[in-house]
Each structure stands twice: as structure tokens, then as C-alpha cells.
Design a protein around this ligand. Structure first.
Ligand SMILES: Cc1cc2nc3c(=O)[nH]c(=O)nc-3n(C[C@H](O)[C@H](O)[C@H](O)COP(=O)(O)OP(=O)(O)OC[C@H]3O[C@@H](n4cnc5c(N)ncnc54)[C@H](O)[C@@H]3O)c2cc1C
Length: 462
């Protein structure tokens, strides 16, 4: 040890109030010690400039994790071991639990605190990128009262931060709105634990189908302070997932970061690995388990693939176009394309598809159709087949009027509709003009084909 203990003064008040009063008496003279995992390293190395130390490690006021409505309040004196064990942190702020689990050794995790990690302000600190993406706020306290600072504004430069000499961090406030987000925390170092990060990432995202609704990405060990990648986020927010989107995001990341070059790693390595981590996260968001039906259908000949597709929609132009655009990488791509092709067809092709359905209430279609299509039609119209005679008769009369009026079969997506509802829609549509009715029939056929595609894709255990 290169320090002389007797040249230091250490006090341990029993309450937060007493600590704050002491710090207010002579601001800047007292240095708080929480877990001491940083302070004692400096002490041991003879580099601890502060001579007067105030122990805050035992303060109960800083050692609670409390649920307050839509916020989780984490005391600054919470250790990594506390963080790891807390069920709310584990389920709603899993990136903090992950960072806690790979910080230092078990001994470090038992002593080291989140407040100490923030104020120590190492660019490589593992929990700080998570605080950035969770949009945490810090509650700073002094004898003058409390103030809240968004964490993003707290660190202003290397080891620079917005805290006054008489202030302590009391609480880290986490907004509880991430339950349905996908989160990913990664540490890159010689080992996961007992090693300082060459790079660490925290990212979360919300997606719907093939779209990035919201994404946040932050890196540690990249700059003098933990870095949020707002330009890369802008490229991704609202975008549809594709290889081109991924390339654009990686390219923006490269221009957005200007990593540090230090003993642990080079600038080039950090840029390359940051891009890889982002790519891994994005691919994970959109990779879906392969669909067995789709994979088999992708591998058929064009003729066989088109013939199978006819069960979902009786237009041969639609089926051929769907088959020729294979392979589809996933189900969503197929569903999107199915609607796109359908809408782009002409009236004759639409008519061909309409003719492949039996009349509502009947079993046989005008145009020869596949056995699968006939079976599905029966299922779709099951309720009408079993309806009261009076309703069935009213539908049959309506069908006749409709065919006299428009010269073709009445098309409605019967799935989930009661017979009376189908009759009501039929009566209303008899009042449509020709063009409106054609568009309405096409839109009902589009619903049918989408439902049938989904049913088809679920076969064979897919
Ligand atoms: C062997 C070893 C391995 C480590 N590995 C990692 C690692 O993998 N990842 C990582 O991120 N870190 C690591 N660290 C760093 C360290 O453990 C963390 O930064 C820890 O969170 C510091 O917390 P502490 O309570 O021990 O801080 P202390 O040493 O008590 O204090 C650190 C600084 O914070 C101030 N402070 C503490 N609490 C407050 C508060 N509430 N308000 C205001 N100021 C406060 C102190 O005055 C001091 O300036 C490692 C350290 C060691 C020694």
C-alpha cells in the first residue's frame, strides 16, 4: 500500500441528513465513499488526493429500490449484487441486470454501487449505456433540496459532470415503459467479467411486422462519455427492415462515432465491432423462424408453385406472378406481395378469382377449383350452411338479385361473420354503383386471400 492511513480522515454518519450537513459545511472538502471499489484503488496506489472521506455505504436512504407508479427509483447506494437480484430490474431493465452481472468480480459486485459507477465516470463503465437508452434521470440531493437531471445531460466530458461539491446522487429514476421492447446489452473485452470493456453496447427497440417503430442505441468505451447514436437511430426509426437499411445504419454509425484509441483497443477495431454489434442486434430483431410451408413452396417449380397458390386465390395471373417472384425470405414478404399483386391485376383477373368461390350458401363454384379451396370455402361458410332456413332463403334471393344487378357472384369475406350480417352487407351492396361494387368485391377477395395464405402457411406444423 502506498498511502498512509493516518493522513486520512474518515467519518461515517448514520443518516443522509448528517452526511449532507457535513458536505454543506465546507463544500468540496469531503469526498463520499460508497462501495470504495474506486476510491480504495486510488488509496492503495497512493493517488487519492482527497484527505477527508465520508462513508455513505451504510446509508439506508440510498439502498432501496422502489416502484413509484410508472417509475422505478433505484437508490444510488444499490450494489451490483442488489441490482442483479431485484426481480423488477431483471424483468423490466434487463440491460442493467446484465451489466451488473459482468461488472468486476463477485467481490466488486457486493461492494460497488451504481452511484459510484456514475460519478467515477469511466468512459468504459458498463452500466452507463443502459442508463442512456432507458432515458434515466438522476436525483441529486443537498441541504438545499433535490433536483432532477436527465442522465443524458449529466456527463459533459471526460470525468466532467453536473454535480455540485455539496451534492450526492440519491436516486436513479427509470421510466417503466419498456416491457414490450427488445433489449440487448453486450460487452466486448478479453473476458466478460474481471475485465474492462473494449466496447459495450446497450440497445432497445420496438418493432411491428417489418418496421422499426423506435430504436435507441448507446455505446461505452467509444468516447470520453457514454455515447447515444442519435443519427444512426434516425436512419432506423420508422424504416422498413432490409439489407439496404442495415447498410445505411452501419454507414451512419461509422460517421457518427469517433472512438478513442487507447491501451485496450484501437479506433478501427472499435468502429468495426460497433457495426457488428449493431448488425447482430438488428438481425436478431427481424430474424424469424423459417416457415416450413414457405420453404417447401419456394423450392417447387414455377408451374407447381402457381398451381398450389391457386387454393388461396383463383386468379391464374395472380398465382403465376406470386410464383415467379419467389423465393420469399419470410412470411411477411409473401403477404405484402400477395396484396400488391392482387391490387395490380385487371378486372378480368379479378372476375376469374371471384368465379372460383361458390355462392354464399352453396357448395360448388362456377369455375373448377382445387380440392383445398373447396374445403376452405366450406369452412368459411360453415355458419351460413347451418343457418335458419329463412336466412338461407333470404341470402339465396339476395344472390339472385345481385347477379342480375352486377352480372357476377357476390363476394364477401364470410369468416367470422354471422349469416344475418352477411345478408345485411349484401342488401347494402345491392345499392352500390358498378365501380364501387367492383372495388368492394376486390377488397373482400383480398381479405379472403390473406386469411387463406395464413391458414396455408400454418399447415405442416409451420
Ligand atoms: C477489480 C475491479 C474491477 C472492476 N470492473 C469493472 C467493470 O467490469 N465494469 C465497470 O463498469 N466498473 C468496474 N470497476 C469499477 C467500479 O467497481 C465501479 O465503478 C463501481 O460501480 C464504483 O462504485 P463504488 O460504490 O465502489 O464507488 P466508490 O469507490 O465508493 O466511489 C467512486 C466515486 O464515486 C463517488 N460517489 C460514490 N457514490 C456517490 C453518490 N451517491 N453521490 C455522489 N458521488 C458518489 C465517490 O466520491 C467517488 O468519487 C472495477 C473496479 C475494480 C477495482
Amino acid at each position: 500500500m502506498r498511502s498512509l492511513p493516518s493522513s486520512y480522515e474518515l467519518v461515517a454518519p448514520h443518516s443522509l441528513e448528517h452526511v449532507l450537513a457535513l458536505m454543506a459545511e465546507e463544500p468540496g472538502t469531503w469526498t463520499p465513499v460508497a462501495g470504495g471499489t474506486e476510491v480504495m484503488v486510488q488509496f492503495g496506489a497512493g493517488k487519492l488526493a482527497a484527505r477527508r472521506l465520508v462513508d455513505i455505504g451504510g446509508l439506508a436512504e440510498l439502498r432501496t429500490i422502489t416502484e413509484r407508479g410508472d417509475e422505478l427509483h433505484v437508490g444510488a447506494g444499490i450494489t451490483y449484487a442488489d441490482l442483479r437480484r431485484n426481480p423488477v430490474v431483471a424483468s423490466e431493465f434487463s440491460m442493467l441486470s446484465a451489466a451488473a452481472s459482468w461488472t468486476g468480480s463477485i467481490a466488486n459486485q457486493n461492494r460497488g454501487t451504481i452511484g459510484g459507477n456514475i460519478v467515477n465516470a469511466s468512459p468504459a463503465a458498463d452500466s452507463l449505456p443502459a442508463l442512456l437508452v432507458y432515458e434515466a434521470e438522476l436525483v441529486l440531493v443537498s441541504t438545499r433540496g433535490e433536483r432532477r437531471v436527465p442522465y443524458v445531460d449529466f456527463h459533459t466530458g471526460y470525468k466532467q459532470m453536473r454535480i455540485l461539491p455539496d451534492e450526492l446522487i440519491r436516486t436513479i429514476v427509470l421510466p417503466r415503459r419498456y416491457r414490450d421492447y427488445v433489449c440487448c446489452a453486450r460487452k466486448v473485452g478479453p473476458r466478460n467479467a474481471q475485465a474492462i470493456s473494449k466496447l459495450c453496447m446497450a440497445a432497445l427497440a420496438k418493432t411491428s411486422s417489418n418496421r422499426v417503430d423506435e430504436i435507441r442505441i448507446a455505446f461505452g468505451s467509444m468516447a470520453p462519455v457514454p455515447l447515444r447514436l442519435s443519427k444512426t437511430e434516425s436512419v432506423l426509426n420508422g424504416s422498413t427492415w432490409s439489407e439496404a437499411t442495415l447498410r445505411a445504419a452501419r454507414a451512419t454509425l461509422q460517421t457518427e462515432v469517433s472512438p478513442i484509441d487507447d491501451i485496450r483497443s484501437t479506433r478501427e477495431y472499435r468502429i468495426a465491432v460497433a457495426g457488428n454489434l449493431l448488425e447482430e442486434f438488428l438481425r436478431g430483431l427481424f430474424s424469424k423462424p423459417p416457415n416450413a410451408v414457405l420453404e417447401r413452396w419456394n423450392s417447387l417449380s414455377d408451374v407447381d408453385a402457381a398451381s398450389e397458390a391457386l387454393s388461396c386465390c383463383g386468379s391464374s395471373a395472380w398465382a403465376r406472378s406470386m410464383a415467379s417472384a419467389r423465393p420469399y425470405s419470410d412470411v411477411q414478404e409473401l403477404l405484402d406481395r400477395a396484396s400488391e399483386v392482387w391490387r395490380g391485376l385487371g378486372a378480368d383477373d379479378w372476375m376469374e378469382a371471384f368465379r372460383s368461390h361458390p355462392r354464399i350458401g352453396e357448395r360448388h363454384a362456377e369455375k373448377a377449383t382445387t380440392a383445398v379451396s373447396a374445403e376452405w370455402s366450406e369452412g368459411e361458410q360453415h355458419d351460413v350452411q347451418n343457418a335458419e332456413e329463412a336466412i338461407k332463403q333470404a341470402i339465396a334471393d339476395g344472390n339472385r338479385l345481385y347477379e342480375e344487378r352486377f352480372g357476377r357472384i357476390y363476394i364477401v369475406c364470410a369468416t367470422g361473420k354471422r349469416p344475418a350480417e352477411i345478408l345485411e352487407i349484401l342488401s347494402r351492396r345491392l345499392r352500390n354503383d358498378d365501380e364501387t361494387e367492383l372495388q368492394e368485391s376486390a377488397s373482400e377477395q383480398e381479405k379472403i386471400l390473406q386469411l387463406r395464405l395464413k391458414k396455408w402457411l400454418k399447415q405442416e406444423g409451420a
